[in-house]
Write a protein that binds this ligand. Structure first.
Ligand code: NAX
Length: 335
Protein backbone atom coordinates (compact mmCIF):
# COMPACT_ATOMS: atom_id res chain seq x y z
CA UNK A 1 0.00 0.00 0.00
CA UNK A 2 1.17 3.51 -0.72
CA UNK A 3 1.35 6.10 2.02
CA UNK A 4 0.00 9.48 0.78
CA UNK A 5 -3.69 10.44 0.66
CA UNK A 6 -5.18 9.11 -2.59
CA UNK A 7 -5.58 11.50 -5.51
CA UNK A 8 -8.56 11.26 -7.83
CA UNK A 9 -7.82 11.03 -11.53
CA UNK A 10 -10.50 11.02 -14.23
CA UNK A 11 -10.01 9.65 -17.73
CA UNK A 12 -12.72 10.19 -20.34
CA UNK A 13 -12.82 7.78 -23.27
CA UNK A 14 -11.18 5.27 -20.95
CA UNK A 15 -12.19 2.24 -23.05
CA UNK A 16 -10.65 3.74 -26.19
CA UNK A 17 -7.16 3.09 -27.56
CA UNK A 18 -5.36 5.83 -25.61
CA UNK A 19 -7.47 5.40 -22.49
CA UNK A 20 -6.64 1.69 -22.41
CA UNK A 21 -2.92 2.50 -22.28
CA UNK A 22 -3.24 5.48 -19.98
CA UNK A 23 -5.31 3.81 -17.26
CA UNK A 24 -2.77 1.03 -16.67
CA UNK A 25 0.24 3.30 -16.71
CA UNK A 26 -1.33 5.71 -14.23
CA UNK A 27 -2.61 2.90 -12.00
CA UNK A 28 0.83 1.31 -11.88
CA UNK A 29 2.42 4.47 -10.47
CA UNK A 30 4.08 5.79 -13.62
CA UNK A 31 2.51 9.22 -13.20
CA UNK A 32 3.13 10.09 -9.56
CA UNK A 33 5.38 7.31 -8.28
CA UNK A 34 5.00 4.28 -6.06
CA UNK A 35 4.06 6.06 -2.85
CA UNK A 36 1.00 7.86 -4.27
CA UNK A 37 -2.37 6.09 -4.08
CA UNK A 38 -4.70 6.61 -7.00
CA UNK A 39 -8.47 6.54 -7.35
CA UNK A 40 -9.26 6.12 -11.05
CA UNK A 41 -12.57 7.60 -12.22
CA UNK A 42 -13.12 6.10 -15.67
CA UNK A 43 -15.72 7.70 -17.92
CA UNK A 44 -17.26 6.47 -21.15
CA UNK A 45 -20.36 6.99 -23.22
CA UNK A 46 -23.16 4.55 -22.40
CA UNK A 47 -22.59 2.13 -25.34
CA UNK A 48 -18.96 1.64 -24.23
CA UNK A 49 -19.72 0.95 -20.56
CA UNK A 50 -19.51 -2.84 -20.93
CA UNK A 51 -16.08 -2.51 -22.56
CA UNK A 52 -15.05 -0.16 -19.77
CA UNK A 53 -16.12 -2.72 -17.16
CA UNK A 54 -13.72 -5.11 -18.90
CA UNK A 55 -10.92 -2.55 -18.54
CA UNK A 56 -11.71 -2.23 -14.84
CA UNK A 57 -11.61 -6.05 -14.47
CA UNK A 58 -8.14 -6.10 -16.03
CA UNK A 59 -7.02 -3.27 -13.75
CA UNK A 60 -8.16 -5.37 -10.77
CA UNK A 61 -6.24 -8.31 -12.18
CA UNK A 62 -3.00 -6.30 -12.19
CA UNK A 63 -3.09 -6.00 -8.37
CA UNK A 64 -1.36 -2.65 -8.53
CA UNK A 65 -0.06 -1.45 -5.13
CA UNK A 66 -0.87 2.14 -6.02
CA UNK A 67 -4.49 1.62 -7.14
CA UNK A 68 -6.97 2.27 -4.34
CA UNK A 69 -10.28 2.21 -6.15
CA UNK A 70 -11.84 2.27 -9.63
CA UNK A 71 -15.06 4.07 -10.52
CA UNK A 72 -16.70 3.18 -13.84
CA UNK A 73 -19.39 5.53 -15.08
CA UNK A 74 -21.16 7.23 -17.97
CA UNK A 75 -22.19 10.16 -15.74
CA UNK A 76 -19.98 13.22 -15.46
CA UNK A 77 -21.32 14.13 -12.01
CA UNK A 78 -19.92 10.82 -10.76
CA UNK A 79 -16.81 10.69 -12.94
CA UNK A 80 -15.66 14.25 -12.18
CA UNK A 81 -16.63 14.22 -8.47
CA UNK A 82 -13.80 15.77 -6.42
CA UNK A 83 -11.15 14.95 -9.03
CA UNK A 84 -7.67 16.47 -8.78
CA UNK A 85 -6.61 15.60 -12.33
CA UNK A 86 -8.54 15.16 -15.58
CA UNK A 87 -7.36 13.50 -18.77
CA UNK A 88 -10.00 14.42 -21.34
CA UNK A 89 -9.31 11.86 -24.03
CA UNK A 90 -12.74 10.83 -25.32
CA UNK A 91 -13.90 12.65 -28.43
CA UNK A 92 -15.82 12.06 -31.63
CA UNK A 93 -13.51 10.38 -34.12
CA UNK A 94 -12.84 11.89 -37.54
CA UNK A 95 -14.43 9.79 -40.28
CA UNK A 96 -14.07 10.13 -44.04
CA UNK A 97 -17.58 11.58 -44.49
CA UNK A 98 -17.37 14.26 -41.79
CA UNK A 99 -16.38 17.85 -42.53
CA UNK A 100 -13.75 19.42 -40.30
CA UNK A 101 -16.22 22.10 -39.20
CA UNK A 102 -18.84 19.51 -38.18
CA UNK A 103 -16.20 17.58 -36.25
CA UNK A 104 -15.22 20.78 -34.51
CA UNK A 105 -18.81 21.54 -33.55
CA UNK A 106 -19.59 17.97 -32.49
CA UNK A 107 -16.61 17.94 -30.17
CA UNK A 108 -17.27 21.47 -29.00
CA UNK A 109 -20.58 20.31 -27.52
CA UNK A 110 -18.86 17.46 -25.66
CA UNK A 111 -16.23 19.79 -24.20
CA UNK A 112 -18.63 22.56 -23.23
CA UNK A 113 -20.66 20.00 -21.27
CA UNK A 114 -17.49 18.62 -19.69
CA UNK A 115 -16.29 22.14 -18.80
CA UNK A 116 -19.60 22.83 -17.03
CA UNK A 117 -19.41 19.54 -15.15
CA UNK A 118 -15.80 20.11 -14.11
CA UNK A 119 -16.89 23.48 -12.80
CA UNK A 120 -19.64 21.91 -10.70
CA UNK A 121 -18.12 18.65 -9.50
CA UNK A 122 -14.32 18.67 -9.67
CA UNK A 123 -11.93 19.99 -7.03
CA UNK A 124 -11.41 23.72 -7.72
CA UNK A 125 -7.70 23.17 -8.27
CA UNK A 126 -8.21 20.39 -10.80
CA UNK A 127 -5.52 20.24 -13.48
CA UNK A 128 -6.99 19.42 -16.89
CA UNK A 129 -5.21 17.97 -19.90
CA UNK A 130 -7.21 17.78 -23.13
CA UNK A 131 -6.03 15.08 -25.54
CA UNK A 132 -9.18 14.59 -27.65
CA UNK A 133 -9.04 16.47 -30.93
CA UNK A 134 -9.14 19.25 -31.89
CA UNK A 135 -7.31 19.38 -28.55
CA UNK A 136 -6.43 23.10 -28.38
CA UNK A 137 -9.91 24.36 -29.17
CA UNK A 138 -11.56 21.69 -27.01
CA UNK A 139 -9.43 22.92 -24.09
CA UNK A 140 -10.51 26.50 -24.82
CA UNK A 141 -14.19 25.49 -24.80
CA UNK A 142 -13.91 23.48 -21.57
CA UNK A 143 -12.08 26.39 -19.92
CA UNK A 144 -14.65 28.98 -20.99
CA UNK A 145 -17.43 26.84 -19.54
CA UNK A 146 -15.75 26.50 -16.14
CA UNK A 147 -15.69 30.01 -14.64
CA UNK A 148 -14.83 28.84 -11.11
CA UNK A 149 -11.63 27.08 -12.16
CA UNK A 150 -8.44 29.03 -12.84
CA UNK A 151 -8.14 29.31 -16.66
CA UNK A 152 -4.47 28.33 -16.30
CA UNK A 153 -5.61 24.87 -15.25
CA UNK A 154 -6.84 23.99 -18.75
CA UNK A 155 -4.14 22.72 -21.09
CA UNK A 156 -3.94 20.82 -24.38
CA UNK A 157 -1.49 18.13 -25.39
CA UNK A 158 1.29 18.90 -27.84
CA UNK A 159 3.80 16.80 -25.91
CA UNK A 160 3.50 13.95 -28.39
CA UNK A 161 4.61 16.33 -31.15
CA UNK A 162 7.41 17.57 -28.88
CA UNK A 163 8.60 14.01 -28.18
CA UNK A 164 8.36 13.08 -31.86
CA UNK A 165 10.45 16.10 -32.83
CA UNK A 166 13.11 15.31 -30.21
CA UNK A 167 13.33 11.70 -31.37
CA UNK A 168 13.89 12.74 -34.99
CA UNK A 169 16.62 15.22 -34.03
CA UNK A 170 18.31 12.56 -31.87
CA UNK A 171 18.35 10.14 -34.81
CA UNK A 172 19.66 12.80 -37.19
CA UNK A 173 22.45 13.99 -34.89
CA UNK A 174 23.48 10.61 -33.51
CA UNK A 175 22.49 11.60 -30.02
CA UNK A 176 20.46 9.94 -27.32
CA UNK A 177 17.04 11.54 -27.05
CA UNK A 178 17.80 12.54 -23.43
CA UNK A 179 20.61 14.77 -24.75
CA UNK A 180 18.23 16.84 -26.90
CA UNK A 181 17.01 19.91 -25.01
CA UNK A 182 14.89 23.00 -25.64
CA UNK A 183 12.75 21.71 -28.47
CA UNK A 184 9.69 23.87 -29.18
CA UNK A 185 6.32 23.07 -30.71
CA UNK A 186 4.42 26.27 -31.43
CA UNK A 187 0.67 26.48 -31.97
CA UNK A 188 -2.01 23.97 -32.77
CA UNK A 189 -1.90 20.18 -32.47
CA UNK A 190 -2.59 19.92 -36.19
CA UNK A 191 -0.65 19.99 -39.43
CA UNK A 192 0.01 23.73 -38.95
CA UNK A 193 2.03 23.16 -35.76
CA UNK A 194 5.56 24.49 -36.01
CA UNK A 195 8.38 22.33 -34.63
CA UNK A 196 11.14 24.87 -34.05
CA UNK A 197 14.78 23.92 -33.47
CA UNK A 198 16.14 27.49 -33.27
CA UNK A 199 17.01 27.09 -29.58
CA UNK A 200 17.43 23.34 -29.52
CA UNK A 201 20.73 21.94 -28.25
CA UNK A 202 22.51 18.61 -27.94
CA UNK A 203 23.87 18.54 -24.42
CA UNK A 204 26.45 16.00 -23.33
CA UNK A 205 27.37 15.70 -19.69
CA UNK A 206 31.01 14.80 -19.16
CA UNK A 207 32.56 13.87 -15.79
CA UNK A 208 33.41 17.51 -15.02
CA UNK A 209 31.80 19.70 -17.67
CA UNK A 210 28.77 20.01 -19.91
CA UNK A 211 29.24 20.28 -23.65
CA UNK A 212 26.48 21.92 -25.71
CA UNK A 213 26.08 22.10 -29.48
CA UNK A 214 23.37 24.05 -31.30
CA UNK A 215 21.20 21.76 -33.40
CA UNK A 216 20.86 24.37 -36.17
CA UNK A 217 24.62 24.08 -36.62
CA UNK A 218 24.47 20.26 -36.82
CA UNK A 219 21.72 19.85 -39.44
CA UNK A 220 21.35 21.62 -42.74
CA UNK A 221 18.61 24.17 -43.33
CA UNK A 222 17.16 22.32 -46.29
CA UNK A 223 16.70 19.12 -44.28
CA UNK A 224 15.19 21.10 -41.44
CA UNK A 225 12.71 23.00 -43.60
CA UNK A 226 11.85 20.44 -46.28
CA UNK A 227 12.08 17.14 -44.38
CA UNK A 228 11.98 17.58 -40.62
CA UNK A 229 9.08 20.02 -40.29
CA UNK A 230 6.66 18.08 -42.56
CA UNK A 231 7.80 14.79 -40.99
CA UNK A 232 6.81 15.95 -37.50
CA UNK A 233 3.61 17.59 -38.76
CA UNK A 234 2.56 14.42 -40.63
CA UNK A 235 3.86 11.82 -38.19
CA UNK A 236 0.36 10.93 -36.97
CA UNK A 237 -0.75 10.16 -40.53
CA UNK A 238 2.34 8.01 -41.11
CA UNK A 239 1.59 6.01 -37.96
CA UNK A 240 -1.97 5.38 -39.19
CA UNK A 241 -0.61 4.17 -42.55
CA UNK A 242 1.85 1.80 -40.87
CA UNK A 243 -0.24 0.53 -37.97
CA UNK A 244 -3.72 0.77 -39.42
CA UNK A 245 -4.68 2.72 -36.30
CA UNK A 246 -3.73 6.07 -34.83
CA UNK A 247 -1.01 6.62 -32.21
CA UNK A 248 -2.09 5.24 -28.87
CA UNK A 249 0.78 4.08 -26.63
CA UNK A 250 2.93 7.06 -27.60
CA UNK A 251 0.00 9.42 -27.00
CA UNK A 252 -0.63 7.94 -23.54
CA UNK A 253 3.08 8.20 -22.78
CA UNK A 254 3.09 11.87 -23.80
CA UNK A 255 -0.01 12.56 -21.68
CA UNK A 256 1.82 11.16 -18.66
CA UNK A 257 4.92 13.25 -19.47
CA UNK A 258 2.77 16.39 -19.73
CA UNK A 259 0.94 15.92 -16.42
CA UNK A 260 4.00 14.67 -14.51
CA UNK A 261 6.14 17.64 -15.56
CA UNK A 262 3.33 20.08 -14.83
CA UNK A 263 2.89 18.70 -11.31
CA UNK A 264 6.46 17.72 -10.42
CA UNK A 265 8.35 20.34 -12.42
CA UNK A 266 10.66 20.38 -15.40
CA UNK A 267 14.33 19.94 -14.74
CA UNK A 268 17.78 20.00 -16.20
CA UNK A 269 17.49 23.47 -17.72
CA UNK A 270 15.08 22.10 -20.31
CA UNK A 271 11.76 23.26 -21.78
CA UNK A 272 8.66 21.32 -22.70
CA UNK A 273 5.79 22.24 -25.03
CA UNK A 274 2.28 22.65 -23.63
CA UNK A 275 -0.91 24.03 -25.14
CA UNK A 276 -1.89 26.80 -22.70
CA UNK A 277 -4.06 29.92 -22.68
CA UNK A 278 -2.18 32.58 -24.62
CA UNK A 279 -1.32 35.68 -22.62
CA UNK A 280 -0.51 37.52 -25.84
CA UNK A 281 3.17 36.49 -25.79
CA UNK A 282 4.74 36.44 -29.26
CA UNK A 283 1.70 38.36 -30.61
CA UNK A 284 -0.56 35.33 -30.30
CA UNK A 285 -4.27 36.10 -29.99
CA UNK A 286 -5.01 36.30 -26.30
CA UNK A 287 -7.01 33.39 -24.88
CA UNK A 288 -6.54 30.84 -27.65
CA UNK A 289 -4.91 27.64 -26.41
CA UNK A 290 -1.50 27.80 -28.03
CA UNK A 291 1.48 25.51 -27.66
CA UNK A 292 4.44 27.41 -26.18
CA UNK A 293 7.77 26.44 -24.72
CA UNK A 294 7.30 26.36 -20.94
CA UNK A 295 9.04 25.44 -17.73
CA UNK A 296 7.11 24.06 -14.76
CA UNK A 297 7.75 24.67 -11.09
CA UNK A 298 5.61 24.14 -7.96
CA UNK A 299 2.67 22.90 -10.02
CA UNK A 300 2.63 25.95 -12.31
CA UNK A 301 3.89 26.42 -15.83
CA UNK A 302 5.47 29.62 -17.16
CA UNK A 303 5.83 30.52 -20.79
CA UNK A 304 9.42 31.17 -21.89
CA UNK A 305 9.36 34.84 -22.82
CA UNK A 306 11.36 37.19 -25.04
CA UNK A 307 12.93 34.67 -27.39
CA UNK A 308 14.14 36.24 -30.63
CA UNK A 309 11.97 34.96 -33.46
CA UNK A 310 13.33 35.11 -37.02
CA UNK A 311 11.18 35.83 -40.07
CA UNK A 312 10.79 32.16 -41.06
CA UNK A 313 9.57 31.22 -37.57
CA UNK A 314 7.38 34.29 -37.36
CA UNK A 315 5.52 33.25 -40.55
CA UNK A 316 5.03 29.70 -39.30
CA UNK A 317 3.80 30.88 -35.89
CA UNK A 318 1.42 33.30 -37.63
CA UNK A 319 -0.07 30.47 -39.74
CA UNK A 320 -0.86 28.24 -36.81
CA UNK A 321 -2.23 31.21 -34.83
CA UNK A 322 -4.58 32.00 -37.73
CA UNK A 323 -5.86 28.43 -37.74
CA UNK A 324 -6.58 28.59 -34.01
CA UNK A 325 -8.41 31.90 -34.43
CA UNK A 326 -10.55 30.36 -37.16
CA UNK A 327 -11.33 27.38 -34.94
CA UNK A 328 -12.31 29.74 -32.14
CA UNK A 329 -14.67 31.66 -34.45
CA UNK A 330 -16.29 28.41 -35.60
CA UNK A 331 -17.29 27.50 -32.02
CA UNK A 332 -18.02 31.03 -30.77
CA UNK A 333 -21.62 30.21 -29.81
CA UNK A 334 -20.37 27.75 -27.17
CA UNK A 335 -17.95 30.12 -25.47
P1 NAX B 1 -10.73 5.91 -29.67
O1 NAX B 1 -11.82 6.14 -30.67
O2 NAX B 1 -10.01 4.61 -29.63
O3 NAX B 1 -11.31 6.17 -28.21
C1 NAX B 1 -12.10 7.26 -27.90
C2 NAX B 1 -13.03 6.82 -26.79
O4 NAX B 1 -13.73 7.98 -26.35
C3 NAX B 1 -14.07 5.80 -27.25
O5 NAX B 1 -14.04 4.68 -26.40
C4 NAX B 1 -15.40 6.56 -27.13
O6 NAX B 1 -16.47 5.74 -26.74
C5 NAX B 1 -15.05 7.60 -26.07
N1 NAX B 1 -15.88 8.81 -26.10
C6 NAX B 1 -16.39 9.47 -27.17
N2 NAX B 1 -17.12 10.52 -26.77
C7 NAX B 1 -17.06 10.55 -25.42
C8 NAX B 1 -17.62 11.38 -24.44
N3 NAX B 1 -18.41 12.41 -24.77
N4 NAX B 1 -17.36 11.11 -23.13
C9 NAX B 1 -16.57 10.06 -22.79
N5 NAX B 1 -16.03 9.22 -23.69
C10 NAX B 1 -16.26 9.46 -24.98
O7 NAX B 1 -9.72 7.11 -29.87
P2 NAX B 1 -8.23 7.26 -29.33
O8 NAX B 1 -7.29 6.70 -30.32
O9 NAX B 1 -8.16 6.79 -27.94
O10 NAX B 1 -8.05 8.86 -29.42
C11 NAX B 1 -8.77 9.70 -28.55
C12 NAX B 1 -8.62 11.14 -28.98
O11 NAX B 1 -7.26 11.55 -28.92
C13 NAX B 1 -9.04 11.42 -30.44
O12 NAX B 1 -9.78 12.61 -30.48
C14 NAX B 1 -7.71 11.59 -31.15
O13 NAX B 1 -7.84 12.37 -32.32
C15 NAX B 1 -6.92 12.27 -30.08
N6 NAX B 1 -5.46 12.28 -30.21
C16 NAX B 1 -4.79 13.38 -29.79
C17 NAX B 1 -3.43 13.47 -29.78
C18 NAX B 1 -2.72 14.70 -29.28
O14 NAX B 1 -1.49 14.73 -29.40
N7 NAX B 1 -3.38 15.71 -28.73
C19 NAX B 1 -2.60 12.36 -30.31
C20 NAX B 1 -3.30 11.06 -30.36
C21 NAX B 1 -4.76 11.12 -30.73
O15 NAX B 1 -4.86 11.15 -32.13
Amino acid sequence: MSTKKAVRIAITGAAGQIGYQLAFRIASGQLFGKDQSIILQLIEITPAIEALKGVAMELDDCSFDTLDKIIVTDKLEIGFKDINYAFLVGAKPRTADIERKDLLLGNAKIFSEQGKSLNMFADNNVKVLVVGNPANTNALIARENAPNIDPKNFTAMTRLDHNRAKAQIAIKTNAHVSEIKKMIIWGNHSATQYPDISYCVKRKRGPISIHEEKIIELVNQEWYREKFIPLVQQRGTEIIKARGASSAASAASAAIDHMRDWVQGTSDNDWVSMGVASDGSYSISEGVVFSYPVICNNGEYSIIKNLDIDEFSNDKIGLTNNELREERSAVEELL
